[in-house]
Design a protein around this ligand. Sequence first.
Ligand code: F0G
Length: 321
Amino acid sequence: MTPLIERFRDRLPVSAATPVVSLGEGSTPLLHAPRLGKLLGIDLWLKWEASNPTGSYKDRGMTVAVSKAAEQGAKAVICASTGNTSSSAAAYAARAGIPALILIPEGAIAGGKLIQTRALGAKVLEVRGDFDAALAGARELADRGTHALVNSLNPYRIEGQKTVVFEIVEELGGAPDAFVIPYGGGGNTRAYVKGLDEAGLTTPLWSIESDDRPHTLASAIKIQTPVHRPQVEASGARVVAVTDDEIVAAWLQLAREEGLFCEPSSAAGLAWLRRGTELQGARVVVTITGHGLKDPDIANKHAPPPVKVDADPDAIAAAAR
Ligand code: F0G
């Protein structure tokens, strides 16, 4: 697997002096989804970012951020996170041989992400407060110079994440009619805008947020005050809000119609498209940002439990009906 930095070297701020810290990120599948597309009335393509090494798109930005931190001699990295940035920072820091300090909002990140981050050897601190409080703490500590901040405020994160646009356009053989992504803190929206700009495209970008940011069950995008909001608003991206019920319906439908099990936040774009939008008939790329195994508790609440049965063919046949 070609590292993302090698594949897009000419479009990234790296040089021969940059040590490439890679886990084989990027080059993810772009899947045509005709069955779900027909139901939604669009020509639907899904960018399956869950196939990145830690199970989310964060790895695209983290390979660049940690490689640059290593180049600049950072002794440790720090981030605040709703969970996926945590896992990615922990993995790339381990790969670089430097420690990761992770601040998470107390009790608010999905179980799979927390376990993944712990297993990857990061020091995990549960901050009494929400994501905004954790991010403020991480920024203040990073300002002291002991840790490199690898949140999306780090411009190298945006640089790495913009490459998804290049991949999609290359694979489709041209631009789609629209891109649709979830919107939490807004770093990824800025990355798509940058990627589109550098590719010379004016394709519309829809960024889908929760209508109840502080409480949504989609914990990845449970962020009250998006740190990139001013830039998102100025960018021309179109922001739409969806409800938790819409997210859950879209999330289950994606799994059942197309065989893709993602985490709830990743279904925000489909939740909006299910309303029947102005994109009817268009070729639309929806980015599925993170894997379903990241949040087993939520899946456990919504997927049918197994049925207990004796190892007897009649009993199995009866139970299968
Ligand atoms: N999808 C997933 C799976 C995410 O983990 C995130 C953000 C988003 C979408 C939204 O992207 O914040 O750039 O607008 N997760 C961050 C984290 C906040 O800490 O893992 P955004």
